[in-house]
Design a protein around this ligand. Structure first.
Ligand SMILES: C[S@@+](CC[C@H](N)C(=O)[O-])C[C@H]1O[C@@H](n2cnc3c(N)ncnc32)[C@H](O)[C@@H]1O
Length: 341
C-alpha cells in the first residue's frame, strides 16, 4: 500500500480495513472523524448535489448494498481497535444504510454519546414527498479512558444571545444547521463535508497535537481541517485518482492555518480574581487593547482575548479599560470602543 508522509501526518492509498490492520497500532488514535461511502450508487451522487461533473474527481469507490453490513462491521471494528480508551468517533451517514452502521456499532464496545442531525441547505428537489436535507452523525466513545470534550472551546458558558439565551448551549444542541460549500471551478470529491462541520467536531473532541484519523479520506477535508487546527492526522483513500489529486493539494496546506480564523470564547473563570492591578498590568492592557482594536475586532472578542491573557473576568477588564480610557483617548484622539461601555 502506497503511503505519503507530510509533516506529522501519514496518508495511505488503499483499503482502510487491511490498511489500518497493517499501519495503525492499537489504542493510538485520539479521534476519528469519518464519512464512509453510503452504499447508494456513488456514480449518481452528483445528481443529488446538483453539481457539474467536470470538476468532480473520478474514482469515488462505492460499496454494493449487499455487502454494506459486513463492510461496516469490519471497518468499525478496526476503528474501535485503533482508538485510544476515551477516544471519540464521529461517523457521518445518510439514512439509507444507517441501520447497518448502528447494528455494527452495537457489536463493538463503543458507546453512544449523541446521535446528531446535520441539516444542510438545498436538499434534492422532490414533488411527491418531503425534501431530504439532513445527515446523521453518530458520536460514540471508546470506554476506558477520559474523553476529551472541550466545553468552552467555541463559546464561553457566560456568553449570551441578544435575547439572553446561552450561546454555548445553542452550539451544543444535537441538531446542527451547517450549509454545504460551493467550490465552483475546483476539483472536489463527490461528497465533500463542509469545513465548518469538521472544525466543530475537532474543536470539541480533540486538542492541539492529538492524532485524528479518517478511514475514508475522499477529498481529504477531515485531514485539511485537522492540520489547519494543529492536529496530526492519518487516513486512507482507496481511489488512486482521488488520492493523487488530493495529495498534491495537501502539500500546500499549512499547519495551523485555521487557527487565526477561530473566534475566542469569552471564558469567565479568571486565574487572578480580585488581584490588584499593577502599573505593569495596566500598561499591558492598554498596549493589547490598542493592538486588538487596530485589527477591528468586535468589542466582545477584544474583551474575551484581554480576559484570557490577563486571567481576569469580563467585568474586571471593562472596569480597568474605563480607568485607562482617558489616556487612550488622549493619545489616539479617536472614538474608541470604550465609548460603548
Ligand atoms: C463519502 S466519501 C468521503 C468524503 C470525505 N469525507 C470528504 O469530505 O471529501 C467516501 C470515500 O471513501 C472511499 N472509499 C471507499 N471504499 C473505501 C475503502 N475500503 N477504504 C478506503 N476508502 C474507501 C471512496 O472512494 C470515497 O472517496
Amino acid at each position: 500500500m502506497r503511503s505519503i508522509v507530510l509533516g506529522t501526518s501519514a496518508f495511505y492509498n488503499g483499503d482502510c480495513i487491511s490498511g489500518a490492520a497493517e499501519h495503525i497500532p492499537d489504542d493510538s488514535v485520539d479521534l476519528i472523524v469519518t464519512d464512509p461511502p453510503y452504499g447508494i450508487n456513488g456514480d449518481k451522487l452528483h445528481q443529488h448535489y446538483n453539481r457539474k461533473e467536470e470538476f468532480v474527481v473520478e474514482g469515488y469507490v462505492e460499496i454494493p448494498q449487499a455487502q454494506y453490513a459486513d463492510f461496516s462491521l469490519k471497518w468499525i471494528k478496526e476503528a474501535e481497535r485503533v482508538l485510544r480508551p476515551g477516544g471519540s468517533i464521529y461517523i457521518v451517514s445518510g439514512y439509507t444504510n444507517l441501520v447497518d452502521i448502528l447494528v455494527a456499532l452495537r457489536q463493538t464496545s463503543l458507546k453512544e454519546i449523541n446521535h446528531i442531525i446535520w441539516k444542510y441547505n438545498f436538499g434534492v428537489f422532490t414533488r411527491q414527498k418531503y425534501v431530504s436535507s439532513h445527515y446523521h452523525i453518530l458520536f460514540y466513545e471508546k470506554p476506558g479512558g477520559k474523553r476529551t470534550f472541550n466545553l468552552e472551546s467555541r463559546y464561553g458558558l457566560v456568553e449570551k444571545t441578544e435575547d439572553d439565551r446561552s450561546l454555548n448551549n445553542w452550539d451544543r444542541e444535537d441538531v446542527w444547521v451547517i450549509n454545504r460549500e460551493y467550490k465552483p471551478g475546483k476539483l472536489k470529491n463527490k461528497n465533500e463535508l463542509p469545513m465548518a462541520l469538521l472544525i466543530k467536531m475537532i474543536q470539541y473532541s480533540s486538542n492541539e497535537g492529538d492524532l485524528i484519523g479518517d478511514f475514508f479520506l475522499g477529498g481529504f477535508s477531515t485531514a485539511k481541517a485537522a492540520i489547519g487546527l494543529n492536529r496530526r492526522t492519518t487516513g486512507f483513500e482507496i481511489s488512486k485518482p482521488m488520492f493523487d489529486a488530493k495529495i498534491k493539494e495537501m502539500k500546500t496546506i499549512k499547519p495551523g492555518y485555521l487557527m487565526p480564523k477561530l473566534r475566542t470564547p469569552l471564558i469567565d473563570n479568571p486565574k487572578n480574581p480580585g488581584k490588584p492591578w499593577t502599573d505593569q498590568d495596566l500598561k499591558f492592557l492598554g498596549d493589547e487593547y490598542r493592538r486588538l482594536s487596530a485589527k477591528k475586532l468586535a468589542k466582545k472578542e477584544i474583551i474575551a482575548q484581554l480576559g484570557n491573557q490577563l486571567g481576569r473576568g469580563r467585568w474586571a477588564i471593562e472596569k480597568a479599560l474605563k480607568k485607562i480610557e482617558p489616556s487612550i483617548r488622549k493619545e489616539t484622539g479617536k472614538k474608541t470602543l470604550l465609548e460603548f461601555f
